[in-house]
Write a protein that binds this ligand. Sequence first.
Ligand code: SAM
Length: 366
Amino acid sequence: MASDPPSGEIDPSEQLSDTSHPSQLQHSSGETTRNQDLLSDTDSALGASLLESTTSVTDSIYSSIEENGRQYHSFRNGQYVLPNDEQEQERLDLQNHLFSLTLEGKLYLAPLDPKTLHNVLDIGTGTGIWAIDFADMHPQAKITGTDLSAVQPKYVPSNLQFEICDAEEDWNFSTKFDYIHGRMLTVCFKDVKEVFRNAFKALRPGGWLEMQDANAPARSDDGSSDGTAWVAWWDNLIAAGKKLGRPFGTEPPNYVRYMEEVGFVDVHVEVRRWPFGPWMQDKRMKDIGLWARANAIDALQATAMAVLTRGGGRTRQEVEAELVAVRKDLMSRDIHSYMPIYFVWGRKPEENSTRSSPEAGSPTGS
Ligand SMILES: C[S@@+](CC[C@H](N)C(=O)[O-])C[C@H]1O[C@@H](n2cnc3c(N)ncnc32)[C@H](O)[C@@H]1O
């Protein structure tokens, strides 16, 4: 991996080349309506299926829990450790831009045939920004986005609906999907293989599952991140996640094996990188590095606060104090750290396939 050899202070010209503020990144539906205008169960965009959803809709969906200065989901309270407030929603939209740069504008890598896409599921859809773009690009398909938090915009393409449900519970969708997508869910699930098992059952034969996830901890190839507060911070997050019974970003390297074990075939993996800062020589990677660093800085407190106070024995003040050194490391030109981003996709075999599912003992396992 080539890297710049500079040392010393940050060059003030190291600005994001795209001058739009992250909060101004607009998705293709044009309108983002957030906390003050959350979904209501009479919104037409929801479609009937919310009412038939796997989980009954309760008031908890529309309220939030305040903890250490951030807002968290109240439906299945405590399950997911990142906030769902406006600040976090803006970061998710910034991160969406980072994915777009990483995939050069593509939304997915699985070899989908748009003509055969009728039903698509986006689990852990967040602000729904990926699902909205996908729905715009595939008007013939019906897209469903699910999440624990009702933070999706009200005005969305007519072929998109959102449902509030828990992907860690049994899936109970009335239709089979042609494609299931999950992005940045690496801290969400106690048992991601169980989620893959549910996805396998929910796909039609021949359908694809694709996961797009970051792999913690941050690291460097030249040893420049060794012993830094930045890497120690990741070690602390991973240890605290373990105490809470949730792998914290460490599972993506196992995704290929898990998908194969639950019966997927043609499983492919592509690993790209998010360098933190503009230290790589390649112009495109410098740009990605600036966005990845902006995303990381915005995510620091959001990612750490709940996991370190709930699972790491820290107070809010202790977390804030630790973050000072971490921020400094992230801005240092001498630290050439990056995070691998895993894109893993696999296909549910056709019903007449002779290959049987390793776990299910039948061609499709459904
Ligand atoms: C880091 S965000 C990613 C959002 C979106 N996929 C994206 O890439 O913009 C993770 C999302 O997963 C949701 N989530 C976490 N656990 C979940 C669960 N068990 N079931 C459904 N959604 C979940 C969170 O509420 C959050 O919106």
